[in-house]
Design a protein around this ligand. Structure first.
Ligand code: FAD
Ligand code: NAI
Length: 476
């Protein structure tokens, strides 16, 4: 007889594993099916995020930043480094160890919360009384019956037409995280989040990096002031060669390298020769192998599973969350949806406000924001005031030796309610949390200005930017 569960989650990335844990915490009989395999063929829970996304990229960003500091930053502090060397194999092994620790951590959490785990592919086998039949193929092959199904099957890298990934010369995100040697010349297509983060890693380790971006504008999703500052730092100070308005004509790879023919800026055809090429031009939803069609699960025109504001799909008791549905493709967005859906299945309330999801780009300096950009406010005709404070005027940033960037607040002109907060600077990823709390609580800029912030800390720049909205900064 089929094993029966209240909730079966298909996909064990940050959306799926969190949904399964929350469902179990709420007293539901929960199962999670995930097909990701580690190098030895065993389970590797955590999805894209843990295996080839957030976690390994941040491990390499940290290692490469340490290397760059040792090479160029320590001397200013009076620390001399002699005989500095790079052991890339060790750097990659450390990254793999961090990934494994996270994989094992999720398996432990499943045991702790009594989530049943099935290693294999999950697909719809048809309806059942009061729910669905789900087939598991793989090592744990069997059929489950589910009251509710949560689809959390994530996304895959989008290939460039005419340049299929081989992960030898033309690399997706997995290949970009595992190059066996530092390429002399690295090409990147797409100056989005992956292009900038992975471009930074390999530049710090010694590669000469050229990024070809289709759009004429740089980081259009970020506030324009932040994007301008980032452009200046990445191109002028750090030497990333970013070509905007690039139209790729042809990509040819052979055993030795990759040649890319493209045009840009109205000029004739140009050629980029590189040893390896990362293609990071966005990701596509993954519904492969789910047998969505056999049960009539509706997809939208772009292949995302169609959901309403509460992650309900076109089928009764079938929910979908994370990268496979609309909204930003971010791990924390997937997690929040996982919690909300588990709670709704248990009869509680659950809601995710897509307007207060923070964005972070883990370059150096980091970029982080929440809420509206100034260009969005202008386009919407909003009346707003802005306040900006540079890290140059922050004591902690000076002590750290990293005074690049600023904090910018945008607040409603009439009510002072916060509309957006934008940071480019050290530890922006951590500082943005204060802005998210403030926005969730519908705070005014003055609320932040009235709060005591520890001295000396980078967070004082948040208070000062809030003060700047009322044109009363104290330290600038
Ligand atoms: P996924 O993490 O993709 O997980 C889906 C899981 O489902 C996978 O394990 C897959 O094997 C499994 N699966 C799919 N189909 C089936 C099936 N039929 N049966 C069984 N299992 C199946 N986001 C951030 O917020 N911060 C970051 O710093 C960040 N860095 C990133 C860096 C890189 C290089 C990349 C590529 C992405 C990064 N992201 C980051 C995005 C983040 O990884 C995704 O938004 C997140 O993983 C989405 O979670 P998910 O649960 O929806 O899907
Ligand atoms: P992206 O959407 O961030 O950037 C893709 C870039 O490629 C865009 O600038 C786009 O204009 C450009 N592009 C598209 N087609 C092109 C073409 N044919 N030629 C040249 N340029 C082209 O996507 P990316 O970097 O692949 O990352 C995928 C997703 O993963 C991100 O959207 C993000 O959600 C997530 N991610 C999040 C991170 C974080 O939170 N720090 C880190 C890395 C990824």
């Amino acid at each position: 007889m089929a094993k029966s569960f209240d909730v079966v989650v298909i996909g064990g990335g940050p959306g799926g594993y969190i949904a399964a844990i929350r469902a179990a915490q709420l007293g539901l009989r929960a199962a999670c099916i995930d097909e990701w395999k580690s190098a030895d063929g065993g389970p590797a829970l955590g999805g894209t995020c843990t295996n080839v996304g957030c976690i390994p990229s941040k491990a390499l960003l940290q290692s490469s930043e340490n290397y760059e500091h040792a090479a160029h930053g320590f001397a200013e502090h009076g620390i001399q480094v002699k005989g500095l060397g790079l052991d890339l194999a060790q750097m990659l092994a450390r990254k793999d160890k961090v990934v494994r620790q996270n994989n094992e951590g999720i398996l432990y959490l499943f045991r702790k919360n009594k989530v049943a785990f099935f290693h294999g592919r999950g697909s719809f086998a048809g309806g059942a009384a009061g729910g669905w039949r789900i087939r598991v193929t793989g090592k744990d092959g069997e059929e489950l019956s589910a009251g509710h199904v949560v689809v959390a099957t994530g996304s895959n890298p989008r290939p460039l037409p005419g340049a299929p990934f081989d992960n030898q010369r033309i690399l997706d995100n997995a290949g970009a995280l595992a190059m066996p040697e530092v390429p002399k010349r690295l090409g990147v297509i797409g100056a989005g989040v992956i292009g900038l983060e992975m471009g930074s890693v390999w530049r710090r380790l010694g590669a000469q990096v050229t990024i070809l971006e289709m759009l004429e504008s740089f980081l259009p999703a970020a506030d324009e002031t932040v994007a301008r500052e980032a452009w200046r730092i990445f191109t002028k100070e750090q030497g990333l060669d970013i070509v905007l308005g690039a139209a790729i004509a042809r990509v040819a790879a052979n055993g030795r390298g990759v040649s890319i023919e493209y045009s840009a800026g109205g000029g004739g055809e140009r050629k980029l020769e590189c040893d390896r090429l990362i293609v990071s031009i966005g990701r596509v939803p993954n519904t492969e192998g789910l047998e969505a069609g056999t049960v009539g699960l509706k997809l939208d025109q772009r292949g995302f599973i169609e959901v309403d504001g509460h992650c309900r799909t076109s089928l009764p008791n079938v929910w979908a969350i994370g990268d496979v549905v609309r909204g930003p493709m971010l791990a924390h967005k997937a997690e929040e949806e996982g919690v909300a859906v588990a709670q709704m299945i248990a009869g509680q309330s659950g809601h995710v406000d897509l307007d207060t999801i923070p964005w972070v780009i883990y370059t150096a300096p980091e970029i982080a924001w929440v809420g509206k950009t100034e260009q969005q406010l202008k386009a919407g005709g909003a009346q707003y005031r802005s306040g900006q404070f540079p890290f140059m005027a922050n004591g902690r940033a000076r002590a750290l030796g990293d005074t690049r960037g600023f904090v910018k607040f945008l607040a409603d002109a009439a009510t002072d309610r916060l509309l957006g907060v934008h940071i480019i600077g050290p530890m922006a990823s951590e500082m943005i949390a204060e802005a998210v709390v403030a926005m969730e609580f519908r705070a005014a800029a003055e609320d932040i200005a009235l709060i005591c912030h520890a001295h000396p800390s980078l967070s004082e720049a948040m208070k000062e930017a809030a003060l700047a909205v009322a044109k009363r900064s104290l330290n600038f």
